[in-house]
Design a protein around this ligand. Structure first.
Ligand code: NAD
Length: 481
């Protein structure tokens, strides 16, 4: 069993109060690592260290930062198996999901290699004769990153690579359930040549020390991924202190299947969209709307496919579902299924537990009185609803506080385009699952699903600050001549 320490100033730093907590393997809740229970002092020390490192290194040429990211991509590719092992044992990722995360991390790092040289401003025509006017993008200083338990590598890499590529220093508060990934990241950046102090990690309970980090006067920008509840709280702190922030939050993503869709393709996409990593994915298709004329046929095919979705042995490449992360989350999943059952929903597949694993569950006849109707379950549970027209499908799909991802299956171009334009979601996919991410796209959601966007272009908004600079002759009179 590994004992972690905070990573501050390029090396391990013991918890200031000597307190540690257990990080559990969700398969059997055995102790996987011991983790410092960070304090406000630890957070302050990490931010101060980051700020000093930023001041020391902020003038480094873009080519130097490009070198770190390029090297990090090589190391990530070399150490893929090591990262995947932690994703399996620390957060219960089936190996297929762990493979997706490690490949995405390599791909993101490669995409970010070009970022340092792309941080550009403009020359701007001036109203004043003889004035040379330009804009620069400068780093903000210290960026705070906060990650969720479910994709700790993807989010840890996205947040830290962009902060470092843009010339900032970074402090990471990783999910209490995924600290080991943060430790691997610290070692990756160190080996990639990032100077000490530019990448730091503080472990601990976000509810106890998170506000110290996000409210710290020397933290200029916050990039957060997690629940909408915590996201709204962080937005309030950021607003009070006029900080920049990006929020990547929860979802209740709709998948719409029209009668003209390729049924096999739609069934497979639905399966992947909600059951990959036991439904613990923000973009999970937890609401599936099916045109009434094919509703029964789809329901039968989907329920049959669902009962074949493999769960259990995480290192078996065809396993789709593993354990639910924590007792708190298991309670939530149980509560949603039991409540729906008690209020009359039909369970077409699943609804059973084997240890900490919940089987892939399909509900039908879900009504607005049931908790699962509007709350994010964050587990392997989806509901099927019929619709009669695209208008109705759009109305139902948009009837949610969330707005992360939305998909439609149809061969009708007009329907597809109408859906893409009118779906209230940050991301829309036509004839594809609701689960998608690429490094260079504007990733994120609307409504309660987020604020701002992530990606190698979009992140420049919060990780750099515009500055307008003018230059005029030192000797000529007003007007510059
Ligand atoms: P969570 O909100 O419980 O925790 C996320 C992180 O916030 C943890 O590191 C936690 O320690 C920290 N935290 C808690 N209180 C804090 C505070 N006051 N200040 C600062 N940090 C604080 O979420 P979770 O259970 O880890 O993750 C699941 C949620 O994340 C789901 O809602 C899911 O949809 C969402 N998610 C969204 C995306 C996306 O890209 N939109 C991706 C993955 C997960």
């Amino acid at each position: 069993m590994t004992q972690l320490e905070h990573w501050i100033g390029g090396g391990a730093v013991a918890a200031s109060n000597g307190a540690y907590f257990d990080d559990l393997n969700p398969v059997d809740d055995s102790v996987y690592s011991r983790v410092p229970a960070g304090t406000a002092d630890d957070v302050n020390r990490a931010v101060e260290t980051a700020y000093q490192a930023y001041l020391k290194h902020r003038d480094l040429p873009a080519a130097v930062r490009e070198g770190w990211i390029a090297k990090a991509a090589e190391i990530m590719e070399r150490d893929t198996a090591k990262f995947a092992d932690v994703l399996v044992d620390e957060i219960g990722s089936p190996i297929a999901k762990a493979g997706f995360e490690t490949r995405f991390a390599v791909s993101f790092l490669r995409a970010a290699i070009g970022v340092p040289r792309r941080i550009r401003g403009e020359t701007i025509p001036s109203d004043t004769l003889g004035r040379f006017s330009m804009s620069l993008r400068q780093p903000v200083g210290v960026v705070a990153g906060i990650t969720p338990f479910n994709v700790p590598l993807i989010k840890g890499i996205k947040q830290s690579a962009m902060a470092l590529a843009t010339g900032n220093a970074f402090v990471l508060l990783p999910s209490e359930s995924a600290p080991m990934i943060a430790d691997l990241l610290a070692k990756l950046w160190k080996e990639a040549g990032v100077p000490d102090g530019l990448f730091n990690v503080v472990y601990g309970n976000g509810a106890e020390i998170g506000d110290v980090l996000t409210g710290h006067p020397k933290v200029a920008s916050i990039t957060f991924t997690g629940s909408s509840r915590v996201g709204k709280h962080i937005a309030e702190i950021a607003a009070r202190n006029l900080k920049k922030y990006t929020l990547e939050l929860g979802g209740k993503s709709p998948l719409v299947i029209c009668a003209d869709a390729d049924l096999d393709k739609a069934v497979n996409a639905a399966l992947f969209s909600i059951f990959m990593y036991q439904g613990q994915v923000c973009m999970g298709a937890s609401r599936i709307y099916v045109e009434r004329s094919i509703f029964d046929k789809f329901a039968e095919a989907f329920a049959a496919a669902t009962s074949r979705a493999k769960s259990g042995e995480l290192r078996e490449p065809t396993t789709m579902l593993g354990p639910i992360i924590s007792e708190r989350q298991r309670d939530r999943v149980r509560r949603h299924i039991d409540d729906a059952r008690a209020k009359g929903a039909e369970v077409l597949a699943g609804g059973e537990w084997d240890g900490n694993c919940c089987s892939a569950t399909v509900l039908r006849g879900v009504t607005s009185e049931m908790t699962v109707f509007e709350e994010e379950t964050f587990g392997p549970v989806t509901s099927l609803y019929p619709f009669d027209s695209l208008e109705e499908a759009l109305e139902l799909a948009n009837n949610t506080e969330y707005g992360l991802s939305a998909s439609i299956f149809t061969r009708d171009l007009d329907k597809a385009l109408a859906f893409a334009q009118r779906a209230e979601a940050g991301m829309v996919h036509i004839n594809a699952p609701t689960l998608h991410d690429e490094p260079h796209v504007p990733f994120g959601g609307t409504k309660a699903s987020g604020f701002g966007r992530e990606g190698t272009e979009a992140d420049l908004e919060i990780m750099t600050e515009w500055k307008w600079v003018t230059m005029q002759s030192a000797t000529a009179g007003a007007g510059g001549h």
